[in-house]
Ligand binder design. Structure first.
Ligand code: NAD
Ligand code: ZN
Length: 352
């Protein structure tokens, strides 16, 4: 089969590799129909994720059809159309029993963590992929959900909702600020109303992304990087700050920004993945009674989000800006890698 292979820092190829096979009775082999590229794949390609070995097939998002199942798979049969979750879950370890799938102890990949696809085992940017713990790591799709809608639920929508809205403990009437209106920040913006947010303020440097934020549920937008950005945000509150500040970028400055706009007793929800250490001014923050949360997405809300996409309450496909086929995989990476110029949000790549 063909697959997108990581060849070491800065290098990748769309090349011939052996087809995956069932290794454990709980596995399924899925034939991909649609996949996409995540900012994390770009981090891996830069060499920022040293746990990814040379030769690894990338990708942790996808939709496809079951081609083969292991002897103990009960919930799926050959031919079923499924959504692949970016986090695997064995369903039975003590962390999975609490819904903390991000820390699934099932020993696939040998890491005791949930994100293994396109990381510790071969991923979804391929014609076929082996999915461990298929019964609890795949979701059956109804024909009323399109491939493009579904693939937004592999990672970005659950991440924005769980790590932003849920961990930020957004409640009815809250003013929520989302710093970073990339696919993940937009996932938070699109789901803030599920918890009753009264105002959703999108903050980004990129005016194109701010425009998109308005389409997807932001009530207000603020261009950051200008001197008055903070005053503009505070003017949208009662003056004391936002109830919840969500950081969806992953750099020290934007985390600091979140702590500067949150009200006393408010929440800072860090969603971004930080590549270097981030200053935390406890000497100033302690007296503001601020709550801070962070984490790796669990994807335990995927079935719920899938129902809302199905009932057209969440227009997931509006995140898709570019479409490619498998033969254009490298072109898709190029477009996604130059997002500021190409205005790319999510690029979908389909096996057509
Ligand atoms: P992205 O790079 O597409 O979007 C980031 C956005 O932040 C861009 O629109 C950019 O213009 C904006 N930005 C940059 N600097 C800014 C500043 N100073 N002020 C305001 N905006 C600024 O990324 P994404 O795919 O949306 O992902 C966002 C973050 O979430 C990344 O760090 C990613 O690694 C992380 N992530 C976390 C999890 C998790 O489980 N916690 C899962 C997936 C992704
Ligand atoms: Zn588990």
């Amino acid at each position: 089969m063909k697959a997108l292979v990581y060849e070491g820092p800065g290098k990748k190829s769309w090349t011939d590799v052996p087809d995956p096979v069932i290794l454990n009775p709980t596995d399924a082999i899925v034939e991909l129909v649609t996949t996409t590229i995540c900012g994390t794949d770009l981090h891996i390609l830069k060499g920022d994720v040293p746990t990814v070995q040379t030769g690894r097939i990338l990708g942790h998002e996808g939709v496809g059809f079951i081609k083969e199942i292991g002897a103990s798979v009960k919930n799926f049969k050959v031919g079923d159309r499924v959504l692949i979750s970016c986090i695997k879950s064995c369903g039975s370890c003590k962390n999975c029993q609490q819904g903390l799938y991000s820390h699934c102890l099932g020993d696939e990949g040998g890491s005791g963590m949930g994100w293994i696809l396109g990381h510790l085992i071969d991923g979804t940017q391929a014609e076929f992929v082996r999915i461990p713990y298929a019964d609890t790591s795949l979701h059956k799709l109804s024909p009323s959900v399109s491939d493009e809608q579904a693939v937004m639920l592999s990672d970005i929508l659950p991440t924005g909702f769980e790590m932003g809205i849920q961990y930020g403990q957004v409640k009815p009437g809250d003013v929520v600020a989302v710093i970073g209106a990339g696919p993940v920040g937009l996932g938070a913006i699109m789901t803030a109303s599920l918890h009753g947010a009264a105002k959703v303020i999108a903050i980004d440097l990129d005016t194109n992304r701010l425009e998109k934020s308005r389409e997807l549920g932001a009530t207000d937008v603020v261009v950051s990087g200008q001197p008055q950005w903070k005053e503009q945000v505070l003017a949208l509150t009662d003056g004391a700050g936002v109830d919840v500040a969500i950081e969806a970028v992953g750099v020290p400055d934007t985390f600091t920004m979140a702590t500067e706009i949150v009200r006393p007793g408010g929440h800072v929800a860090n969603v971004g993945v930080h590549g270097k250490s981030v200053p935390l001014h406890l000497e100033q923050l302690w007296i503001h009674n601020v709550f801070i949360s962070m984490g790796l997405v669990n994807t335990n809300t995927t079935p719920m989000l899938l129902k809302l996409v199905e009932s057209k309450k969440i227009p997931a496909d509006k995140l898709v800006t570019h479409r490619f086929n498998f033969k254009q995989f490298l072109e898709a990476y190029d477009t996604f890698g130059r997002a500021a110029e190409t205005k790319a949000l999510k690029v979908v790549i389909s096996n057509k």
